[in-house]
Design a protein around this ligand. Structure first.
Ligand code: HEM
Ligand code: CA
Length: 644
């Protein structure tokens, strides 16, 4: 995608692209949503196509389905096979609070009042509270920008909310990118008088998230939104969440069970991802680097596994590598990412040690997590994408880039030195520090998608509008939900936020703490000791990550998923090692999520603190045909092999 070729709203749609199965469900749900006939419900579901979408999947209980996750996440939970699967509605921890029946979003009618006051325009909140000049930022003293990127990477493993399949008003056919009138699915963001953009632009386009089919039956139908990918941390951003995409991403002629690679370009002698199927665009340089890295890691793993087990079929190699990749993502996230985000003490309090699989726990993503809580890291993103050459030096072939020039710029990877410069930049740059006066950089509030032409969007305003679109209750309700004190006045809010100026701004904008949009309220709380988020975000994030662990039948620590020796080896997994093994980078930090100030503080890839993942416990004796009569070991490998 070249710069200057597309409208920003098209690019936002690209950010949220989904594949065939999701589109079918959205179209069915939108048809249902726009049908006012309250007659025969069964018939209505049938005609719209929703009844097929609501059917319960049938689960197999053979060796393969006990051994490997399904691609769609279905049947992870045996009694509720849709839990955590792709294309199911987000769960709700608090009931939605829409403006009116049929899921009219909050703030649809600017005059509508909540607790006797109307909601401020989201763009005004962004201007008043979030806006931060690119050069007015503080750096995180202990965390690297790779940690920030890791957050976005696993976000893409857990959350993808499709927007409406239509970009024009259902009623009038007006183009959502040009209209300033609220007419579903268009929910444009109004530009306030005080805005420098006033006069240039009267509204920023916004499309409502698509409704889901599975949200109750008339007349009690409640609008719910859909998660298009598996909620489990299972590396679904590498493998896909639908069988058709998973198949398209594989190299079917490989005897090793490899993933498909780009046949036209390579990174010196290393591989790139293939050109993706339409709609699978990856959105910025950091993400492209991680996608490429883990694609290579899969192909490296299958090669090693093949050397250990030459008798394994391509499917077994693919599945075993996929299983290891899932474990790597779980380990890096729970052991290395979350403690740094939540802080060690909040982490051990809110996510106590693993005690085994609990089939009663719903691992589906909660609406509030997707729409507000896990967007917390938008305020820790640096405005500049650093790119560094060998030895971590700046290089004129690939200079640092303003963030907006790194969006939709996969051509830069191919033409400007491969993924190594981007990864080196992420390893050596610190994260941005969130402070009450320095929230979201102007690259994100003023220039989102600007380089690609058209009117720039504002990520802060999008986050707030999305919360209203999804009917998220306000700040106070979530404080109450988490058992935290509920502020009743500006001074009580000032105590919680530890900042009177900010509390006063909120008072002027919202009138009451109850109405504060959750995302902006939550990111305004000061961080707990050792962490980067306040009490409300800690509660919401920990609750989700705990459910993703305890409710996952294939959690890496669960007895029987791996052997104890395999677990021990996996436990020492190192992201720096993965970088060493799959790039031309030769010096790396021992802890890549911690801030490294100088290249001299890094270690050679051969250093013992950058341990190899020893796969020897995956070696299995090739007992050939005789195995049929043998008793199967705790892992049941052989039985599955014979199914291939
Ligand atoms: C370069 C950095 C980033 C950019 C440009 C970016 C951009 C975006 C955009 C445009 C959206 C869609 C907004 C909407 O219409 O509702 C979004 C959603 C989201 N972002 Fe980011 N983001 C970045 C980094 C991150 C990070 C570091 C995290 C988390 C740690 C994160 C978490 C999320 C989540 C959870 C969503 C909701 C996704 C969905 O519901 O489909 N983002 N981001
Ligand atoms: Ca997933």
């Amino acid at each position: 995608m070249s710069e200057g070729a597309l409208r920003s709203s098209d690019l936002l749609a690209q950010f949220k692209q989904t594949e065939a199965r999701t589109r079918t469900q959205i179209q069915a749900a939108e048809l249902l949503d726009n049908t006012v006939d309250e007659g025969d419900v069964g018939n209505l579901l049938q005609v719209t196509g929703c009844s097929a979408e609501l059917r319960k999947p049938i689960c197999q209980s053979d060796c393969l389905s006990n051994r490997y996750r399904s691609i769609t996440g279905e049947c992870n939970n045996r009694s509720d096979p849709r839990w955590g699967a792709a294309n199911i509605p987000y769960s709700r921890w608090l009931p939605p609070e829409y403006e009116a029946v049929w899921g009219i979003p909050r703030g649809w009618d600017p005059e509508h009042t909540y607790h006797n006051v109307s909601l401020p325009p989201v763009r005004l909140v962004s201007q008043e509270v979030l806006f931060t000049h690119n050069d007015n930022i503080s750096l995180d003293s202990t965390l690297s920008h790779l940690l920030v990127e890791w957050g976005q990477w696993i976000d893409h493993d857990m959350v993808l909310t499709p927007q409406s399949s239509s970009t024009v008003s259902f009623r009038t056919g007006a183009d959502c990118t040009h209209t300033c009138s609220r007419d579903a699915p268009c929910f444009p963001i109004q530009i306030p008088l005080s805005d420098p953009r006033y006069g240039v632009q009267s509204c920023m386009p916004f499309f409502r998230s698509a409704p889901s089919c599975g949200a109750g039956i008339l007349p009690h139908r409640q609008r719910e939104q859909l998660n298009a990918i598996t909620s489990f941390v299972d590396a679904s951003m590498v493998y896909g969440s639908s069988t058709s995409l998973a198949s398209a991403l594989r190299n079917h002629s490989s005897p090793l069970g490899s993933m498909a690679l780009n046949s036209q370009h390579s990174d010196h002698d290393l591989a790139y991802m293939p050109f993706l199927p339409p709609g699978e665009a990856i959105n910025h340089l950091g993400m492209i680097a991680l996608h490429t890295l883990f694609l290579r890691e899969h192909n490296r793993l299958v090669k090693e596994l093949h050397l250990l087990n030459p008798h394994w079929s391509p499917d077994t190699l693919y599945q075993e590598a996929r299983k290891i990749m899932g474990a790597i993502h779980q380990i890096l996230t729970w052991e290395q990412y979350l403690p740094r985000v939540l802080g060690e003490s909040a982490m051990s309090l809110l996510i106590p040690p693993y005690e085994g699989y609990d089939p009663e726990v719903d691992p589906s993503i909660a609406n509030v997590f997707a729409t507000a809580a896990f967007r917390f890291a938008h305020v820790t993103v640096q405005p500049l994408v650093a790119r560094l050459g060998p030895g971590y030096t700046t290089n004129s072939q690939h200079p640092h880039l303003p963030l907006h020039h790194s969006l939709f710029a996969s051509w830069r990877v191919v033409q400007e030195g491969g993924i190594d410069p981007v990864l080196r930049g992420l390893l050596l740059s610190p994260a941005k520090l969130q402070t009450p006066g320095q929230m979201m950089v102007e690259e994100l509030t003023e220039r989102l998608f600007q380089a690609q032409g058209g009117m720039p969007l504002d990520l802060g305003a999008l986050n707030l509008q999305r919360g209203r679109d999804h009917g998220l209750p306000g700040y106070s309700s979530w404080r109450r939900f988490c058992g935290l004190s509920v502020p009743n006045s500006t001074s009580e809010l000032a105590v919680i936020l530890g900042n009177f100026t900010l509390a006063h701004k909120f008072q002027l904008l919202y009138g009451t703490p109850q109405n504060i949009d959750l995302w902006v309220g939550a990111i305004s709380e000061p961080a707990l000791p050792g962490g980067r988020v306040g009490p409300l975000l800690s509660c919401l994030l920990a609750r989700q990550f705990r459910a993703l662990r305890d409710g996952d039948r294939f959690w890496w620590e669960r007895e029987g998923v791996f052997t104890s020796t395999q677990r021990r080896h996996l436990h020492s997994v190192s992201l720096s090692r993965i970088i060493c093994d799959n790039t031309h980078i030769t010096i790396v930090p021992a802890n890549p999520f911690s801030r490294t100030e100088r290249p001299e503080d890094m270690l050679a890839c051969s250093h013992p603190l950058i341990p190899h993942l020893d796969l020897s416990p995956w070696k299995e004796p090739d007992t050939g045909e005789e195995v049929r009569t043998e008793k199967y070991g705790e892992r049941g490998y052989q039985l599955c092999l014979f199914l291939h």
